[in-house]
Write a protein that binds this ligand. Structure first.
Ligand SMILES: [Zn+2]
Length: 539
């Protein structure tokens, strides 16, 4: 009897040890399967310039979505959307300038000249359609910053005027140059509007004029996007009961005609600004400009790609964690293409490897993989996902977001958001980073409240946090190539991608295997996951 009991105990103990070893080696097999060498093919494809920056919405982005959905299916992930689809459709309203209904008409003491879009003029992003006309006034750099000893608007009456300003790149060491003053520059047209101007006309910088002239390019005509089914504000957004304020940008030839000066005089004024010296304002009585901007609106759509891996435990598989990245980037600008290899094909491809590893060893909870659209347009895809979630949001334990993981220090990664809602999330990341000997330096610089770069608000982990779901963004930081033509595949550090993806895999396993959802213990107002948390303020 005793001997039999002992042998049963021994046998059971052996079985437990074998199982543990087995699942241990399964996990390490899964971890080993996340390999830099497997990342090059999809990175070289999706990160190529032929996608023209995967702008939302665009054919390039649609093809990228298609490719991602096919890869997800081939890996063995299941569709989660109605009708067995991998696509979550995100509607977008696109307003585009109608060139045939847009023009500038100059009346210089009875002599009339017309300028067209996009040969002579374009609009800024966030443009408004409408009409305006008025006497022309030139106000140099158009900046009112008396505290920095620069005031182009002092003593001028701008009411009802078409205000012309000249754009230029100031010297590197200029007091207006530092990052904190850039806000002043971008606020210029708003100030003109507040001062009663009828419209603003910006003469483009020398560099931009030269680039267009050299390549024989016309202006781009930017599009304005609205996402009708996405809410980003807690209450109703403030409305501006004001009439249209047309803002246009013009080439140098049109500008010289509008100001009634020579090209040489215009070049001299630009040169003065480039040396950091203001240019005198000038009233131009007898010269009027009529501006008409016509626009047309159409409905389009883009896609979140959503795929699911069922959890290993029959009960816990009704709970989830999400792993996300965005696959959109930015549109061509005047002949320049932005491939967005690090931002964010690195995250997209990292998720392929994590998903493959989970086919070897998966957590108890189910894992939803979301490749988001329109992150660059204001985190639209991730807001859409949490607000139209195919599973109950209160069942999502956490979100792990990969956005830019392939540049800078090979052994360091920024974590943004891991200490905001649940102490268990950051603890898990730290523990996993140690256990697997990954040895990444975990950097919390950007998570600090009030950090001037505001990264906390700038990626797809944030909409989850606003819903009270613990979330973290794995981020390598920006480089000089950020949002430029230089963000190319050849600069990608595949070894770093491998390391970060392995860490995310381990954290997903750990969070997905915990006995309960991550506890909400860091913000007293956030007691349960759900939309009511949108009211909570984050700094
Ligand atoms: Zn990004």
């Amino acid at each position: 009897m005793k001997i039999r009991r002992l042998s049963i105990v021994l046998l059971t103990a052996c079985a437990v040890v074998v199982l543990a070893l087995c699942s241990g080696s399964l996990t390490s097999r899964a971890l080993d399967s996340i390999r830099a060498a497997d990342m090059t093919f999809p990175m070289k494809f999706l990160g190529s310039p032929e996608f023209h920056g995967r702008n939302t919405p665009s054919t390039g982005l649609d093809i990228a979505s298609r490719y991602i959905a096919l890869v997800a299916e081939r890996i063995g992930l299941k569709p989660l959307m109605p009708g067995g689809s991998y696509y979550q459709e995100v509607p977008v309203e696109v307003t585009a300038v109608a060139p045939c209904a847009s023009r500038l008409r100059l009346d210089a003491s009875g002599r009339v000249r017309t300028f067209t879009f996009p040969a002579d003029a374009t609009v800024g992003r966030g443009f408004e359609a409408g009409e305006a006309s008025g006497e022309i006034i030139f106000v140099g750099y158009g900046l009112s910053a008396p505290e920095l000893a620069w005031d182009d608007l002092a003593g001028l009456d701008l009411k009802g005027k078409v205000v012309v300003i000249l754009d230029a790149t100031l010297p590197e060491d200029h007091p207006l140059k530092p990052a904190e003053n850039r806000r002043l520059l971008s606020a210029r047209s708003g100030v003109l509007r507040d001062r009663g101007a009828a419209a603003a006309v910006t003469i483009i910088s020398d560099e931009r004029e030269a680039r267009l002239a050299e390549k024989g390019l016309a202006f781009d005509l930017p599009e304005r996007l609205k996402f009708p089914d996405v809410i980003t504000t807690a209450g109703t957004p403030p409305t501006r009961p004001r009439g249209p304020f047309p803002q246009v940008e013009v080439r140098h030839e049109a500008a010289a005609a509008i100001l009634g000066c020579t090209g040489k005089e215009l070049a001299d004024m630009s040169a003065s600004l480039r040396q950091g010296k203001p240019v005198a304002a000038k009233r131009l009585p007898g010269r009027r400009l009529d501006i008409e901007i016509g626009a047309a609106t159409r409905m389009e759509r883009s896609f979140n790609v959503v795929a699911c891996l069922q959890g290993a435990d029959p009960a816990l598989r009704q709970e989830y964690l999400t792993i996300s990245s965005h696959h959109d980037h930015n549109p061509d600008r005047e002949g320049r293409i932005f491939p967005g290899a690090d931002d964010n094909i690195s995250g997209v491809v990292g998720m392929f490897e994590i998903a493959e590893a989970m086919m070897i060893s998966r957590p108890m909870r189910s894992v939803i993989f979301v490749w988001n659209t329109a992150e660059e347009k204001g985190l639209v895809g991730s807001y859409y996902f949490v607000q139209h979630c195919p599973v109950p949001v209160e069942k999502i334990s956490a979100n792990l977001d990969l956005d830019m993981i392939s540049r800078n220090d090979p052994n360091q990664i920024y974590l943004i958001g891991s200490n905001k809602l649940s102490s268990e999330l950051d603890a898990s990341i730290q523990a996993m980073n140690k256990t697997a000997g990954l040895g990444l330096t975990l950097d919390y610089t950007y998570e600090a409240a009030g950090h001037p770069d505001r990264f906390f608000f700038r990626s797809d982990q944030y909409p989850y946090i606003r819903y009270g779901i613990p979330a973290v963004w794995f981020f390598c930081g920006t480089t000089k190539d950020y949002h430029t033509e230089g963000d190319v595949e050849s600069k990608v550090d595949y070894a770093k991608m491998e390391k970060v993806s392995r860490l995310v895999y381990l954290v997903a396993m750990d969070v997905g295997n915990k006995p309960a959802l991550l506890k909400l213990d860091l913000r007293p107002e956030v007691r349960a996951r759900g939309p009511e948390n949108m009211k909570v303020e984050w700094k």
